[in-house]
Design a protein around this ligand. Structure first.
Ligand SMILES: CSCCC(=O)C(=O)O
Ligand SMILES: [Fe+2]
Ligand code: NI
Length: 193
């Protein structure tokens, strides 16, 4: 289930907020301009659905948000264990990239279709860790400093929305702040157990 944990940016030992109630998560994030929604699919998804099947299953919501916010590119990022010999390097590379604090010149809008991942939003002197699972939509306004962790064994699929063809472009802050907070595996172990 989704989970929000909030700490002061300089003290990961002090938990300010911790809630798994979707309405409370949405209300806690609203003041920092971050939108959290729960979507239901129009149709059930087969395992390992293709990009087109995923987008078709959520067509109503994808079209609504694209029209409302002017997105022109929608894709599905899927990072899941496979017997591809390249998988371990690919997983480690993707994790390291997202785990490095960064901003985007574009809004960051992600809808989780399968698996789980945590967005760490560093804003207003706090770090807000949003554990997103299947059915969660998170919309992070452009310029918000953040990082993302999906654990040492990533297993996640998410619909991504972009305003332009260049897709994912991150501006890294160079701050190793992610190392000062609990990572995905720590939070997951203490929560989903
Ligand atoms: C599941 S989306 C991966 C995270 C991401 O796109 C980001 O942090 O910029
Ligand atoms: Fe990002
Ligand atoms: Ni844009």
């Amino acid at each position: 289930m989704s989970l929000l944990t909030v700490w002061p940016e300089n003290d990961a030992a002090e938990v300010i907020v911790r809630t798994s109630e979707p309405g409370e998560i949405a209300r806690a994030l609203e003041p920092i301009g971050v939108r959290f929604e729960r979507w239901t699919a129009d149709v059930a998804l087969p395992d390992g659905a293709t990009q087109d099947q995923v987008i078709a299953a959520y067509r109503t919501e994808v079209d609504r948000i694209s029209a409302a916010e002017g997105y022109i590119l929608v894709d599905v990022i899927r990072l899941q264990p496979s017997d591809d010999p390249e998988w371990p390097a690919k997983a480690a590379g993707a994790r390291a990239k997202f785990l490095t604090e960064h901003t985007h010149e574009d809004d960051e809008v992600r809808f989780f279709v399968e698996g789980a991942g945590i967005f760490y939003l560093h804003i207003a002197g706090r770090v807000h860790a949003v554990l997103c699972e299947a059915g969660d939509l998170l919309s992070v306004p452009k310029g918000i400093t953040h990082w993302f962790d999906m654990g040492v064994e990533p297993s996640v699929a998410a619909i991504r929305f972009f305003h332009d063809e260049d897709g994912w472009v991150g501006d890294f802050t160079g701050d190793p702040i992610a190392s000062r907070f609990p990572d995905f595996d720590e939070i997951w172990a203490g929560y989903a157990a």
